[in-house]
Write a protein that binds this ligand. Sequence first.
Ligand code: XLS
Ligand code: MG
Length: 343
Amino acid sequence: MAGEYRFSFGPWNIHEGADPFGPAVREPFSFKEKLDFAVKAGFSGIQFHDDDAVDVSLPVAEQDKRLAELKKMLDDMGLEAEFIAPRLWEHPMTIDGGWTSNSAEARKYAFERSKRAVDIAGALGTRNIVLWPAREGTYIREAKDPKVAADRFVEYIDTLLARDKNIRILGEMKPNEPMDSAFCPTTGHFLAIASRTIDPSRVGILIESAHAILANLEPSEEMGFALSFGKLWGVHLNDQNSLKFDEDKTFGSANLGRAFSQVYILDKYGYGKNGEYVGLDIKVLRTQPREVSMKHLVNSKRMFEMLVEKVRACNENYIEELRQKRDYEELSFYISKVLMGGE
Ligand code: XLS
Ligand code: MG
């Protein structure tokens, strides 16, 4: 029934369990094993950071050769690169961020690396560049000038838009972690920045459920907002148990009603009809044994599909009737009954 949706995940979603408090606890799966799993589990898109796709320290000619091989491998397996995201948060040059760093040299590094990420996207046949502004923020408020930071967002996005007329930028906003305070923390902030760029029509949004929750916002409302602007070009579905570290839990595992609301709004407004993927961005629990360390993806995809069925089983006329009567108590109970299969 939900067969018209296409699903994606990133290779980092299958990992060895290291966290800030302890080392890896599982042997890694190879990149090829991850792709084999994707095909077997019914995923058709793969999300890439630039360095998931290729070793970005290699000479460009060598990178291009390897990217051509990767593109062929994806094609042969019936897979597609959904997006490239420049990973600007691990390199020594980006200790204090990329395009909002106080260091001109660091900003130059961020620009050069990101322009290359645009080329990598071209080589893999995707026009989507995802920006998660990981270290574009502060630990100490006076460390960076927030007015200058907003201007630098515009300059950075303009540079990428100018690099390749075909690409488009999807901002993935998150209010904190690793920074105490991230610049441009929500969908609305990023769309405001988009309006100042050289080509706002090529700047949109990817909404991650957990990031919205961390901003104390409802993911489905953020999605509705972006849909209203025609800007919802990607999602990272997952879940989050209140305001803690970025948990990236299995979709629907912490708050089923909240997962329902997201599928409701996505399905109602035809998300995916223009080729958008139902993307997942989920961490494996550290406790999960290796042989079952892909269940979070399988189960999240299944949860989405089951919720599509629930959403489509809803009596829209009855929902509207309850809205008109202002009987939201009954509406709440009705949604609970839909979810629980009760009468
Ligand atoms: C981190 C982000 C990251 C992006 C891709 O919180 O979710 O994984 O999705 O750079
Ligand atoms: Mg994400």
